[in-house]
Design a protein around this ligand. Structure first.
Ligand code: ZN
Length: 68
């Protein structure tokens, strides 16, 4: 796969501490900031927040993934 495809990469499975396994997640736009958009990922089974992603604008690959 070309590296460019990672630009629009969305995590579809993350580890949920409640379910104790990798689970499908729902993506939710949390905040729109000057530097980018912040997304929240919640477990589809228990609704727990399992991760966040900050998608920054401008620099191209300023994609940072934060897992709590
Ligand atoms: Zn869960």
């Amino acid at each position: 796969m070309a590296n460019a495809s990672y630009r629009d990469f969305d995590a579809t499975e993350l580890f949920c501490p409640n379910c104790r396994k990798a689970v499908p997640v729902r993506k939710r736009l949390l905040l729109v900031l000057a530097e980018g958009d912040r997304y929240d990922y919640t477990c589809v089974y228990c609704g727990a927040s399992v991760g966040e992603k900050m998608v920054t604008r401008g620099d191209g690959d300023g994609l940072t993934f934060l897992v709590e």
